[in-house]
Design a binder for this molecule. Structure first.
Ligand SMILES: [Zn+2]
Length: 370
C-alpha cells in the first residue's frame, strides 16, 4: 500500500516539465499535495524556495530533508513563427545537442515537439549554451517558455524507473513520501522534520544560496540533501541508496554522515530487505557542499542514477534517466529511520563515543612494560 502510493508520486513528479527558474509545475504539485493534508504548512522565501513543516509540538533541532525542483532544460528567449531561440540551463555535453528532439511546454498549456537545428556553446560572454529549434508545427511560444528534451512519459520496466527527470524529482518524491510516513507515526516526542525544496540547482545551487541568504534555514538545523547522482561501477544502480560522503568538489559534515551511516547499518540489521552503500559519488556537485561551506550542518543521501542528465553514454544520444525502484523505497525507509533515530536514546553511538569506549575497554594492552 505504502509502496504503491510512493510509486504513484514518483511517476507523477518525474514526468513534470521543469527547468532552472521554471519550477512552477512542481511548486503547484507540492502545494496541491500539502493542501490535502491539514497538518502540513507550506512557506515560501523571497526566492520561491518552499519549506514544508507540520503543526503541533515538535522536539529537538530541526531535521531538514532537502531536494531541488529543477532539472536541466531549455528556456525560450525568442520566438519567430516556428523558429525558436532558447538557452540551456544545466550540465549536458555539447555533442548531445545537434539534431536532438525537444518539446515546447508553453505557458498557455500547449505542447509542441521540434528539432534542434543550430547550437552555440557557452562562452565567456554567453553564460548558457544556446540552440535554434524548428517546431514541427505552428505553436504559440513566447520568451520565458519552458522547453525540454522530447522523452517518453515515466514508466517502470523490470524494477527500474525510466523518466525524463529523476534528478531531482525522485528526491522530491522520496521526501514527500517519507514526510507522510513520519507524520503517521505516533511518536511521544515527534522530531521537527521539515522539507526544503529549492530552485535553480542545475546552474549552481542558486535557489539554495538564496535560501541561505534569506535566512530561510535555521542555523541549528541538520540538513539531509537528497540527490540522484551518476552511478559508477562501484556505486551500482540497485545496490541501495547511498550515504554520500562528498562530491566532485568537497566533503560533507562528517558527524552527520557518520550518524546516518550508523542508522543505515542498524536498519539493515532489522530489515533484511534494506541495502545501502557509503560512497563519495564524484560525478557532480551537490547542494550539501554549499550548505556546509556556508556554515550549516549538512550531508547527502542519493540514488545511483543511470543516463545522468539524460546523457546515454553508450548511444551518445539523449535518453530517459533511470533509477532502481528498490533504491527509491530504500531511501524512503532510510529517511524515516533518520528522522526518528537521529535524536533517539537508542541511536547508534557517535564516532567520538565509540573511540572513548574502545580506549576504556582496551587501554590495558598498553600497560605492559616495554
Ligand atoms: Zn542534476
Amino acid at each position: 500500500m505504502q509502496e504503491k502510493s510512493a510509486e504513484k508520486v514518483l511517476l507523477e513528479l518525474t514526468g513534470l516539465p521543469v527547468a532552472a527558474g521554471c519550477e512552477e509545475r512542481v511548486v503547484a504539485w507540492v502545494e496541491r499535495w500539502a493542501s490535502s493534508r491539514p497538518s502540513v504548512r507550506v512557506r515560501r522565501d523571497r526566492y520561491g524556495n518552499l519549506m514544508l513543516s507540520r503543526t503541533g509540538p515538535k522536539y529537538g533541532r530541526p531535521i531538514i530533508i532537502e531536494a531541488h525542483m529543477d532539472h536541466p532544460a531549455f528556456v525560450v528567449r525568442q520566438a519567430r513563427g516556428r523558429t525558436l531561440r532558447a538557452e540551456f540551463r544545466g550540465g549536458v555535453r555539447d555533442a548531445y545537442f545537434p539534431d536532438a528532439r525537444v518539446r515546447l511546454h508553453a505557458r498557455s498549456g500547449e505542447t509542441c515537439p521540434g528539432r534542434i537545428t543550430g547550437f552555440r556553446p557557452r562562452t565567456a560572454k554567453r553564460r548558457f549554451p544556446e540552440v535554434t529549434v524548428v517546431l514541427d508545427r505552428e505553436a504559440k511560444a513566447a520568451p520565458g517558455d519552458l522547453m525540454t528534451w522530447d522523452l517518453p512519459a515515466p514508466k517502470v520496466r523490470q524494477g527500474r524507473l525510466h523518466a525524463p527527470a529523476c534528478d531531482d524529482l525522485a528526491g522530491v518524491a522520496a521526501a514527500l513520501q517519507a514526510f507522510d510516513v513520519i507524520g503517521r507515526k505516533r511518536l511521544k516526542r515527534p522530531p521537527d522534520v521539515r522539507l526544503l525544496f529549492t530552485r535553480a540547482e542545475e546552474i549552481g545551487f542558486i535557489g539554495a544560496l538564496g535560501a541561505c541568504r534569506a535566512g530561510f534555514i535555521p542555523k541549528t538545523a541538520r540538513i539531509i540533501a537528497l540527490e540522484n547522482s551518476k552511478s559508477y561501477p562501484d556505486s551500482p544502480i540497485g545496490a541501495g541508496p547511498v550515504v554520500r560522503v562528498g562530491d566532485r568538489a568537497t566533503v560533507f559534515d562528517h558527524r552527520l554522515t557518520y550518524a546516518l551511516g550508523g542508522i543505515a547499518e542498524a536498519l539493515a540489521k532489522r530489515d533484511k530487505s534494506f541495502r545501502w552503500q557509503r560512497k563519495l559519488m564524484p560525478g557532480g556537485v551537490c547542494e550539501a557542499g554549499a550548505f556546509v561551506e556556508l556554515g550549516y550542518t549538512a550531508t547527502c543521501l542519493c540514488l545511483p542514477l543511470g543516463n545522468y542528465h539524460n546523457m546515454n553514454e553508450e548511444t551518445g544520444a539523449i535518453a530517459p534517466e533511470s533509477i532502481a525502484l528498490e533504491d527509491y523505497h530504500g531511501l524512503i525507509k532510510l529517511l524515516v529511520a533518520a528522522a526518528t533515530k537521529l535524536d533517539a536514546v537508542d541511536a547508534p553511538p557517535s564516532l567520538r563515543s565509540r573511540l572513548n569506549q574502545l580506549f576504556a575497554e582496551r587501554a590495558d594492552v598498553l600497560e605492559r612494560p616495554m
